[in-house]
Design a protein around this ligand. Structure first.
Ligand SMILES: *Cc1c(COP(=O)(O)O)cnc(C)c1O
Length: 365
């Protein structure tokens, strides 16, 4: 048995998302790039790249990773490129997307050999979390003023817009797209491609995938552009679990269990967005709070129901942890870093990476 903690990526679950993506590409004509910000576990890139068109990035290192390990089409985006990064970035990229007109103008000459895009900010929100809302007030993510965009339209070949955030509501997507077309539609006919970004939960259950595909196709036909999507979470949703073991159990007014992991170190978004982890089936007469082993008082996965009392040594599977977890794991408290295990399509588990004291010590000096 592989020792816990470890992240377990199940390829058969990943395959379901990949098949949905392949179907969407086929039926809509849109191109689909993996957003590495969400998921960068490159051991499964060979598997994923058969179903996708390439990758997109938010930094020089992600860009290089996409170029080296994902292959196919590589989009380069960064909120701001540094002078010492730009030429290296362009050497890896098929397209570079600038976040501001200032950056476009600064690096326009460097980037003349590849396609150039500009990020637009439609100022339309889909998210209730202001922290993760690209369209929040005073957002630095993209340009918004028509007159300024008009002035540089001849220097660019495309646009990128990313304002959805885990949006599983098709009609909300559609409504926002219409507003975006009203605002920026005249510009779209003047370029070759428009990326609608990520944050659209089209691999979720009951998402109207055919209606979505038709809408993308209509968008593409209306303006004569290639449409790109940049899913992160939607590409890997429900593919990965975090496997942990119960180390201690006691009652401090409430039954609680301590496991060999930590949300602060291994599932940081639970802390940032104050959400509970998911455990299946979460049914039964025994309720217990599952806690992390860091010293942070609020390091708590959540309170769950179990059919039987938990015992020291029991293993638990924290569900749906593929996105924004492995890319954010850290060495807080020196808690042992979860290994990475891949379950192949035939059901065998492969330990592909584990981390030890040397990794901890080399992460600082
Ligand atoms: C974060 C991000 C994505 C991926 O978002 P998901 O919500 O994980 O699908 C795509 N494009 C851009 C520009 C992003 O910032």
């Amino acid at each position: 048995m592989i020792p816990t903690p470890y992240y377990l990526i199940d390829k058969s679950h990943l395959l379901r998302n990949m098949e949905t993506i392949a179907y969407l590409r086929e039926s809509s004509g849109a191109k689909v790039l993996l957003a590495l910000k969400c998921f960068a576990t490159w051991s499964v890139f060979d598997f994923m790249s058969d179903y996708m068109d390439g990758s997109t990035s938010s930094s020089l290192f992600e860009l290089r990773l996409g170029h080296e390990k994902f292959g196919k089409e590589t989009h380069a985006y960064s909120v701001a490129w540094a002078d010492h990064e730009i030429d290296e970035a362009i050497s890896y990229a098929d397209k570079i997307i600038f976040n501001s007109i200032g950056q476009l103008q600064r690096f326009h000459q460097n980037a003349r050999s590849i396609q150039r895009g500009l990020r637009l900010n439609p100022q339309i929100s889909s998210s209730s979390f202001e922290l993760a809302d690209p369209a929040r007030p005073f957002s630095r993510l993209g340009e918004r003023e028509q007159e300024k965009i008009e002035e540089v339209i001849d220097d660019i070949n495309g646009f990128m817009i990313h304002n959805n955030c885990e949006n599983s509501d098709y009609s909300l997507f559609e409504q926002m797209l219409e507003a975006i077309e009203k605002k920026f539609g005249a510009f779209f006919s003047k370029v070759k491609w428009v990326s609608l970004g990520g944050g659209i939960h089209f691999t979720g259950e009951n998402y109207p995938i055919d209606v979505f595909a038709d809408r993308l196709k209509k968008f593409s036909d209306t303006y004569g552009v290639t449409v790109y999507l940049e899913p992160g979470e939607a590409a890997i949703t429900n593919s990965t679990t975090l496997e942990v073991t119960v180390l201690d159990i006691f009652n401090n007014g409430k039954d609680l269990a301590v496991v060999d992991s930590s949300i602060k170190a291994h599932m940081l978004d639970l802390l940032i967005y104050q959400e509970s982890a998911k455990i299946k089936p979460n049914k039964g007469p025994y309720e217990i709070m599952i806690c992390g082993k860091s010293c942070l008082a609020g390091d708590i996965f959540g309170t769950f129901q179990f059919p039987e009392k938990l015992k020291i040594g029991d293993r638990l599977s924290i569900q749906d942890v593929g996105g924004y977890t492995m890319v954010k794991k850290n060495w807080f408290n020196g808690v042992a870093m979860p290994a990475i295990v891949v379950r192949e399509l035939d059901g065998t588990n492969h330990l592909i990476r584990n981390f030890d004291y040397m990794d901890y010590i080399t992460s600082l000096s």
